[in-house]
Design a protein. Structure first.
Length: 196
């Protein structure tokens, strides 16, 4: 990337010999003082990045997720394929285990505060917005910030706790009302969240 290192012009006074005498002449030249690059933004609090690789109920890899600290929470970005089109429930579950076909070993929604399932503000820490799966090969791409979780090990709301956590996609949309999981139905994809 090229950068203009000249921040403006400066005036330089030079003595010029002219006709045996000295004459003060004003000469405009470019300022050669390098402009400092803008400092890189400080990393957000909340641990380092994490990722997950999703498998479907046949055990086939179908996509990935990246989790990065952002503000007081975690940005979750997913890129999935080969799912049935439509709106799907999407949650962080309490155990980092994904055994196909049912993924029951991922446990319930991540819920360190013992909240009731419900709206995204007051519900489980693992409650996320629904995924919209497209008709173009069953792709689903999305990015959300969950302000109720962290990637910092040792924190009570860390998804990188002792038994880990998983991201789970359900066959139906989450209605964000019905207990305990929003009537989102069968688990159809799962990805274990790992640091790094």
């Amino acid at each position: 990337m090229s950068r203009n290192i000249f921040g403006g012009s400066a005036l330089v006074f030079a003595l010029v010999a002219c006709g045996g005498g000295e004459q003060e002449t004003e000469v405009a030249v470019e300022d050669t003082t390098a402009t400092a690059a803008a400092p890189a933004p400080a990393p957000a609090a909340g641990g380092s990045a994490a990722r997950a690789t999703f498998i479907n109920d046949q055990g086939t890899e179908i996509g990935t997720a990246t989790l990065t600290p952002e503000g007081n929470g975690v940005r979750v970005e997913v890129d999935l394929a080969f799912l049935q089109a439509g709106e799907k429930g999407f949650h962080i579950h309490e155990v980092g285990s994904c055994t196909a076909p049912a993924f029951e070993d991922a446990g319930a929604h991540f819920n360190p505060t013992n909240a009731q399932h419900g709206n995204l503000e007051a519900g489980h820490a693992g409650d996320m917005e629904n995924l919209e799966v497209e008709t173009d090969g069953g792709t689903a791409r999305g990015s959300w910030v969950n302000n109720k979780v962290t990637l910092t090990p040792g924190q009570p709301n860390s998804v990188l706790d002792a038994d880990g956590s998983a991201l789970v996609v359900h066959v139906n949309p989450d209605d964000h009302t019905t207990q305990p999981s929003g009537n989102s139905g069968t688990r159809i994809a799962c990805g274990i969240i790992t640091a790094g």
